[in-house]
Design a protein around this ligand. Structure first.
Ligand SMILES: NC(=O)c1ccc[n+]([C@@H]2O[C@H](COP(=O)([O-])OP(=O)(O)OC[C@H]3O[C@@H](n4cnc5c(N)ncnc54)[C@H](O)[C@@H]3O)[C@@H](O)[C@H]2O)c1
Length: 305
């Protein structure tokens, strides 16, 4: 099988390389000429354990290549993945969809034969339908289905997370597209990795809800830490004491300045915007966002002093 990976950033490069390891022929496409030139020289723009060796191995095997040409990336592709950025907008912090929709327009013009278009970027609910609408508008003859297939990899453990995920989420209404996705993820399917096959809307919410839930655990233990500080209790021991309860779990219960990373702050903020848009306020997530702002302000004051 053959795929095009549009956007060769963190997610695109890791996913593309790991799909090549699964035996798929992958062409990674990026508009950024510097990034592509570095990759063509074997110089990996990000540090991720195991990635450099895997890229070298797959390039040598002829299964992984890099290009600036979308046409090349889409040649004979069974599926085309959109893995471009969705940064927070400057005004309200909702996910800026400019890159995703632009990629959809560019892809639409080049679809030849049945192609599965996959949104791998973290996107608001309704995006898969909007991508399908854009493609139909640009190329009414195109034969395609759209799938939402969010990614859950952690920076620092991204290769391992892709190769041994807790689950794979496939959101589409097309049986034909599900078959293509199952074939692409075949090694995981054989490993009995749980596959959540669902609607595009559900898949899109799963991604934000997962990040929002994890951020909530961090905010929760930080609130408990405040109470511990005022009462002489030990928050680490409280975290251990509750985390050993199998229903709660130990992870993400480390009290600290707040949650960080490249995704949690932007995704929690975007999720509150989605809740407001659909008149279903995400009050718990809004509290997380307020907490994070508060701790940023505290750190800024401490740095000034
Ligand atoms: N970084 C993570 O750990 C992580 C984890 C899970 C999901 N995500 C989500 O995945 C998406 C991508 O994140 P990232 O960190 O890889 O982004 P990134 O900014 O590192 O990379 C995006 C790449 O897309 C390229 N690009 C943009 N438009 C293009 C186009 N039309 N054609 C070709 N290339 C184009 C850019 O040049 C850039 O290199 C985001 O929605 C993010 O929220 C990220």
């Amino acid at each position: 099988m053959r795929i095009g990976m549009i956007g060769t950033g963190y997610v695109g490069l890791v996913s593309g390389t790991c799909f090549a390891e699964f035996g798929i022929t992958v062409t990674c496409v990026d508009k950024d000429s510097q990034k592509i030139n570095r990759l063509l020289r074997g110089d990996i723009p990000i540090y991720e354990p195991g990635l450099e060796d895997l890229v070298a191995k797959q390039v040598k095997a002829g299964r992984l290549s890099f290009t600036q040409s979308l046409k090349e990336g889409m040649q004979d592709a069974d599926a085309v993945f959109i893995a471009v950025g969705t940064p927070p907008s400057k005004d309200s912090g909702h996910a800026d969809m400019t890159y995703v929709y632009q990629a959809a327009r560019e892809i639409a013009a080049m679809i030849e034969g049945y192609t599965v278009i996959v949104t791998k970027s973290t996107v608001p609910v309704g995006t898969a339908r909007e991508v399908a609408r854009i493609i139909r508008e640009v190329n009414p003859q195109a034969q395609f289905d759209v799938v939402s297939n969010p990614e859950f990899l952690r920076e620092g453990a991204a290769v391992q997370d892709f190769m041994k995920p807790d689950r794979v989420v496939i959101g589409t209404e097309s049986e034909r597209a599900v078959e293509v996705m199952r074939a692409l993820y075949r090694p995981l399917y054989l490993n009995e990795t749980p596959m959540v096959v669902t609607t595009p809307e559900t898949a899109e919410i799963i991604k934000y809800a997962a990040n929002a839930f994890l951020a909530t655990k961090i905010t929760f233990i930080n609130e408990i830490a405040n109470l511990c500080e005022k009462t002489g209790a030990n928050v680490q021991e409280v975290a251990r004491g509750i985390g050993l309860d199998g229903r709660i779990g130990k992870k993400f219960l480390h009290a600290g300045p707040g949650y960080g990373g490249s995704c949690f702050p932007k995704d929690t903020l975007a999720f509150t915007q989605i809740g407001q848009k659909y008149d279903a306020p995400q009050n718990i997530v809004e509290t997380n966002v307020r907490w994070l702002r508060g701790s940023f302000m505290l750190v800024a004051v401490m740095l000034r002093e």
